[in-house]
Design a protein around this ligand. Sequence first.
Ligand code: PLP
Length: 393
Amino acid sequence: MPELSQRIQTLNTAGSDGWEVFYRARQMIAAGTPVTELTIGEHDIRTHPMILDHMHERARAGHTGYAAVPGIRPLRDAIAARVTARTGTDTTADNVVITAGGQAALFASHIALCQPGDTALHIDPYYATYPGTVRGASAIPVAIPTRARDAFLPDPAVVDRIARETGARSLLINTPNNPTGTVYPRETLEGLAQVCIDNDLWLISDEVYDTQIWDGHHLSPRALPGMAERTLVIGSMSKSHAMTGSRVGWIVGPQPAIKHLIDLSTNTNYGVPGYIQDAALFALNEGTWLETEVGEPFRRRRALALDILAAQNTVTAIPSQGAMYVMLDIRATGLSGRDFAERLLDARHIAVMPGESFGASAAGHIRVALTVEDALLAQALRELCTFAKDLTT
Ligand code: PLP
């Protein structure tokens, strides 16, 4: 076989470790051992039947051919109207391109913004695909460390220093955050916006959890002064409407950038299926009740989790304000996140993600996905706390 490109060969090689726990849990389940799975960020409900009925109807009505590559106009209009209403920043269909989920949007954004060999910054801890996505775009990912005692919020002064040292081209942020559940406050976003302006950086703002805020407010940095012209916002129907498998998301940004991103779409996936876009439009037109219903279990379980954690003092919760996760500090046990997760899986058949899977800053932590029903989650968390306490005695 002739040699493969360096790009593809190195896509995942520098990735963080810790995914072994996840794969081992899957193997145990396949072999018939019951495991409480608190690993993956996916709802335990499926797409609402009303959305599926609409998808089916539109497919039967003939929307199975090539759809408009930028996205169907009514969906782009609906997203533009939604963004305008939420951010107060004028947004039209020309600022929107529809993508195959948030992941394709992240990849397309880095392709659009970075020259091969450019440095692309992201905040550590991070969603696990980020470094591979950047490498896939032939750029060099550089993770910016944060600290547990700052709730893993980035310090704009640190970002500024690293941006200068590396001559970076872009900065990728994610609020509400996976894996930490942290929601960036206004002062952090204003500080980061200033860093972007001072260093002439593009900002990629991953806002796929923007409908899942349990404490505080979501602020899109695109709404900050001087930022609309240097920000690409990543959105998705995956988390807000439990449509993970439908693969429909978007990028919102300055019109000239969107024009080129449409060219990229022409040369990659050639648009997103029309009946899926119709279903996404239908779901958005339902208004907020559907998003509230999809998010409600996470709101409830976050409160449940924080109550259980408040009743003991071995494991400490990072203040989770959004998304479907709680990040726990288990350093009092003396174990790494990875060793803790391995042992928890063996001893109690509970699977959580080691913090190290999301970057070095989350070492000594674990991420708990709030994606099983309440009673099972409560039982698993109580067992986890007892397990942690036993390790300290
Ligand atoms: N960004 C973050 C922070 C995520 O957690 C995920 C999925 O878990 C994605 C992007 C990608 O989501 P999708 O491609 O399903 O829209």
